[in-house]
Design a protein. Structure first.
Length: 90
């Protein structure tokens, strides 16, 4: 049962990534694009953890941890960006 469920959930998460790419492309504001990029990182972590369990490759858990650390640095850098008063968000 789990041999079928884990890959199916991974494919579903990959489809979520495709939907998120549309938001990055069309996103009306920079914040929308940033949230979609953070969605990519959390979805990637979920896919890597599923693959680590399904394929019995514990090293993928370390790669998932690396993605979590990079996403947190990315979000902190985005929040700390200086903004101009007359700068548009598009």
């Amino acid at each position: 049962m789990m041999d079928v469920a884990l890959p199916a959930v991974a494919v579903f998460l990959l489809l979520n990534l495709v939907a998120g790419m549309l938001r990055v492309y069309r996103g009306p504001t920079l914040a929308d694009r940033m949230l979609a990029a953070l969605l990519f990182s959390t979805t990637t972590v979920a896919i890597l953890l599923l693959m680590a369990e399904w394929m019995a490759m514990p090293a993928l858990r370390h790669v998932a941890l690396l993605f979590v650390m990079l996403a947190s640095i990315l979000s902190l850098a985005f929040v700390g960006l200086p903004r101009d008063a007359d700068e548009e968000d598009t």
